[in-house]
Design a protein around this ligand. Structure first.
Ligand code: UD1
Length: 363
């Protein structure tokens, strides 16, 4: 039996670990432990996801909470080292690119515990993004690198990672989506918000580059003034963004837009339902670019680059950056029913987690 420490910390980790952990629990080959660093701690950013995804309570909760990057990363490392020394897992599994991903990997690496990184090889080539540093460093100390798209294979090859460590398995986030789509249809969120399918826009915004800079945030809000006149915008607001709107004195501008509807962060199932019925998405999230590609819903990404280029190459994603003209032009086209053809990327088929477990057994 392989003893595996499955690590989660922040919201986008939960839907990636859920299918892995569930399959491991059902298998006789694995003894999985679920460890939550507590990077995200609000009920709506964390606990709700465990319920929606049918995940058990974590076996261990480190409770590190918020802080500067150094404080957060160091706190996870200190707490993680202690647990790894006690539990001595055969592997740790980390997902994505958040601070908890890197911190847990560093702690494991110094204890010579092998690391499997899911969603390896993605690169935005923008080192101003904290996630890019987390990706590069985590990949460089991982022993198994599970890749979601061709660009990941290409990037790791260029960085000199040995072929035998790298496995193209598809996308575990899509495993969760496929598994929960039917259940999400039962969500009453459209009725609760009194909106009709395809008659609203869904938006998320939380990247430091967009929301920690007053000019950028103001610029986005000004673009929204035009868009919300045509369709309501549902905006489940991230705690970071909410804080910045208040700090920068932009609350009045937000309130003036009657059709910009701020709601609390949503759970996995209502959000999936909202995404699947939305006319289009406006976002700076990584995962949403992938989910909308699978759902074939147009997605405008408010960033200059993406570490998930396949979503723009063959999926429904369109990188519009901060360019108001590009956003409004794309919006008008989408409103008129014009949007590029799209395909679902290879191996985004709901079975990535099975392939990951098979690979681990063979090690
Ligand atoms: C983190 C990830 C980002 C991911 C995002 C998803 C890093 C570097 N960033 O960013 O890649 O896309 O999660 O949400 O790991 N806060 C709360 N309640 C919470 C969590 C956070 O109020 O449950 C507030 C805190 O004031 C905190 C701020 O939000 O300072 C930012 O949280 P943090 O975990 O530092 O980064 P995110 O912006 O959430």
């Amino acid at each position: 039996m392989l003893k595996i420490a499955n690590i989660v910390g922040a919201r986008p980790n939960f839907m990636k670990i859920a299918p892995i952990h569930r399959r491991m629990q059902a298998s006789e080959e694995f003894a999985p432990l679920l460890i939550h660093t507590g990077q995200h701690y609000d009920k709506k950013m964390s606990q709700t996801f465990f319920v929606d995804l049918g995940m058990p309570e974590p076996d261990m909760y480190l409770g590190v909470g918020s802080g500067s990057h150094a404080v957060q990363t160091a706190s996870v490392m200190i707490a993680m080292e202690k647990i790894l020394l006690e539990e001595k897992p055969d592997w740790i599994i980390v997902v994505g690119d958040v601070n908890s991903t890197l911190a847990a990997s560093l702690a494991a690496s110094k204890l010579h515990i092998p690391i499997a990184h899911i969603e390896a090889g993605l690169r935005s080539f923008d080192r101003a993004m904290p996630e890019e540093i987390n990706r590069i460093l985590t990949d460089s100390i991982s022993d198994l690198l599970f890749v979601t798209e061709q660009s990941g294979l290409d990037n790791l090859k260029k960085e000199g990672v040995a072929d035998e460590k790298v496995h193209f398995v598809g996308n575990v986030m899509i495993d969760s989506l496929v598994e929960h789509l039917q259940k999400a249809k039962e969500s009453q969120i459209l009725q609760e918000l009194e909106i009709m399918p395809k008659r609203y826009i869904l938006m998320t915004l939380h990247r430091p580059s967009n929301v920690d800079d007053k000019n950028n945030l103001e610029n986005i809000l000004t673009t929204l003034e035009v868009i919300q006149k045509e369709l309501p915008i549902i905006f489940p607001i991230h705690p970071r963004t909410k804080k910045r709107i208040d700090e920068f004195g932009l609350a009045d501008q937000v309130e003036r837009m009657k059709n910009l509807r701020l709601v609390e962060p949503l759970g996995y199932l209502p959000f999936l339902r909202l995404m699947s019925e939305s006319k289009l998405l406006l976002t700076d999230s990584g995962g949403i670019q992938e989910e909308t590609t699978y759902l074939r819903v147009p997605c405008f990404t408010l960033r200059e680059n993406t570490e998930r280029p396949i979503t723009a190459e063959i999926g429904t994603n369109r990188l519009v950056g901060m360019d108001r003209g590009a956003i409004l032009k794309g919006f008008e086209e989408a409103m008129n029913g014009f949007f590029k053809d799209s395909k679902i990327p290879p191996l985004w088929d709901g079975h990535a987690s099975e392939r990951i477990l098979e690979t681990l057994i063979k090690q």
